[in-house]
Design a protein around this ligand. Structure first.
Ligand code: DON
Length: 582
């Protein structure tokens, strides 16, 4: 019998059946998965045949339903991706882009689908500079020119067509139904729309789509319908990529660009293509880490951080000890210093991938790390001033009973993108153009410094940090994870992997443990709540500029595959996440 095993352990406790398998989940206690360890602080959800872990309940359940109907992990991932565009509008999208990393059981191999947005052909290097040569933040992030040519529809359909097993109509049907019939607004959705209310209300179409007629936010439990979005999804179901990149939807996008001074043309849309690439991969101890290649910086820098840290006995230092966090921070600084220089769209520039993930290079960097003294970022490269961020992206992970695994991260960039909606389509525009180096060598809104290789050019993909990752153990998928968080994605995923690989944490604990983040510039170490004051004192004593914040770093959605079981965990840093399994 199919069951969602959410809060499985708590249910066992409540029913006084501790130590026995719950009747609806397993037939006999002998089948209990080995994860049942009553000492664990955070329990993953356990399932056997298939699982979807994502940021929103209805979309996770859509993926589960597809798995139960016989679809594979790619079918479920595509269905979940389209459903999130309906139920999770802050980051789920048709108007954005992302990356899908797939492990294919057949052939035991991995592949990567890059559906990152591209700059419209008319974009150019000085696009986001004002007359004084400074970055125009409004134009970069909140204008029609902020939008790259959307890649999500092309990417999801490419995956479906090549690696899915069901029809396009079937995987799109749940999303269409959710948009058309509507669904009850959750606490999280109500909160998220309210939190972005000011920005969304500035755009008349976003105001119409996301708010009630009197301009108020839909209450928790009220039904929210999106008929225009249902129409767009139906066109995609009927006509495939042409249903979005040509015809009515394309006309609406182009008309909105003309009305708002945007750059995307009919030709830009018609020419958009998702690209299948080789993921980056590297070894860490007994594990193989497979992750996102350029135009993401994520995989390279995760591997670089792991390579540097491989030279230390991290387990001996102890999880989140001052010694561990010190070495981790130094590794992060080296990685981000390189990011600012070498990374960009590999179709436009040369990225020295192999040199950056070379273990000998990591060994040379390691030699510069002092055991108990922070290297000032300025000593790694010239320092520059800082800035701040505000963000959203989303990740989900899927596993099926055949052994296929999907790790997918996609985004509109900021929460609800630029806040500009396209009349007639029900969808928001991304502000991904802000991920280019608008002014190479100067910090962006994430405080991130990026180089000439990531300057704006027509047709180019902006550099990303999104890092859908799959770790293999003994050559088989062991952990799928990823996160939102802009530049913090890289450090979030690196720490989640280290927690699992080095500190032997279960998937829930690995995702929820307190994290830190350093991105070379600004030269400060962001520390989440949960790192002890004693540790913080020791780190300050080593010279780390530390900022302890009640703001969180990243939000993982992970699946661990072990002993024939699936263990899922949604990071509790943000509300609403859901593990659906059977
Ligand atoms: O591609 C990137 O790296 C960014 N556009 C991601 C933005 C992001 O993660 C915001 N999420 N919290």
């Amino acid at each position: 019998m199919a069951t969602i095993l959410q809060y499985w352990f708590l249910a066992m406790l409540a029913s006084g059946l501790l130590g026995l398998a719950p009747a609806q989940a397993r037939d006999s206690a002998s089948e209990l998965p080995p994860i049942i360890d009553y000492e664990e602080r955070f329990l993953p959800v356990v399932a056997r045949q298939g699982m979807v872990v994502g940021p929103e309940r209805l979309a996770s359940e859509v993926g589960l339903q597809i798995l139960q109907q016989g679809g594979n992990a790619v079918d479920a991932a595509v269905a979940t991706g389209f459903a999130l565009a309906v139920t999770y509008p802050r980051a789920g999208n048709l108007g954005g882009g992302g990356f899908m990393l797939i492990h294919l059981a057949e052939g035991n191999r991995q592949t990567f689908i890059d559906y990152r947005e591209t700059a419209p052909a008319a974009a150019h290097r000085e696009l986001f500079l004002d007359e004084n040569g400074a970055i125009d933040g409004q134009r970069t992030y909140f204008s029609h020119q902020s939008a790259g040519v959307p890649g999500t529809v092309a990417g999801l359909l490419y995956a479906q067509d090549k690696y899915g097993s069901m029809s396009r109509a079937k995987v799109l049907a749940p999303a269409i139904a959710l948009a058309e019939k509507g669904f009850p607004v959750s606490f999280s959705l109500n909160y998220e729309i309210d939190a972005r209310g000011q920005r969304l209300r500035q755009n008349p179409e976003a105001l119409r789509l996301f708010f009630k007629a009197d301009g108020s936010v839909y209450d928790i439990g009220e039904i929210w319908r999106q008929p225009d979005l249902a129409g767009t999804l139906r066109r995609i179901a009927r006509n495939g990529r042409e249903g979005f990149y040509e015809g009515e939807v394309a006309k609406h996008i182009v008309a909105e660009m003309a009305a708002g001074g945007g750059l995307i043309t009919a030709r830009d849309l018609a020419q958009y293509r998702a690209v299948e690439r080789e993921p980056v991969r590297g070894a860490f101890g007994d594990y193989e880490v497979v992750s996102a290649p350029p135009p993401s910086s994520g995989g390279i820098h995760i591997l670089q951080i792991l390579n540097i840290l491989e030279g230390y006995d991290l387990a001996e230092m102890g999880h989140n000890s001052a010694a561990y966090l010190h070495h981790l921070t130094e590794a992060m600084k080296f990685a981000f210093a390189d990011r600012s220089e070498y990374l960009g769209d590999p179709d436009f520039i040369d990225v020295p991938v192999q040199q950056l993930i070379d273990k000998r290079y990591a060994a040379r960097l390691r030699q510069q790390i002092r055991p108990d003294e922070a290297i000032p970022s300025a000593a790694i490269a010239p320092g520059r001033e800082l800035h701040h961020e505000s963000t959203d992206t989303t990740h989900y992970s899927v596993a099926d009973r055949h052994g296929n695994v999907v790790s997918n991260t996609y985004t509109l960039n900021f929460s609800f993108g630029s806040g500009i909606a396209v009349p007639g389509t029900g969808m928001l525009l991304n502000n991904e153009m802000g991920d280019f180096a608008a002014n190479p060598g100067h910090p962006d809104m994430f405080g991130l410094v990026q180089g000439e290789r990531n300057s704006v050019a027509g047709g180019k993909r902006p550099l990303s940090s999104m890092s859908p990752t799959i770790v293999l153990r003994d050559g088989r998928p062991w952990l799928a994870t990823g996160s939102p968080g802009g530049s913090r994605i890289i450090t979030t995923v690196a720490q989640t992997l280290l927690n699992a690989m080095v500190f032997d944490m279960n998937v829930a604990t690995a995702g929820i443990s307190a994290r830190v983040h350093h991105q070379w510039l600004p030269d400060n170490l962001l520390v989440e709540q949960g790192i002890s004051p004693d540790t913080i004192r020791l780190l300050r004593g080593m010279g780390h500029e530390l900022e302890v914040s009640n703001r969180t770093i990243g939000r993982t959605q992970s699946i661990m595959l072990q002993n024939g079981w699936l263990y899922g965990a949604t990071d509790t840093r943000r509300p609403g996440g859901w593990v659906a399994g059977y």
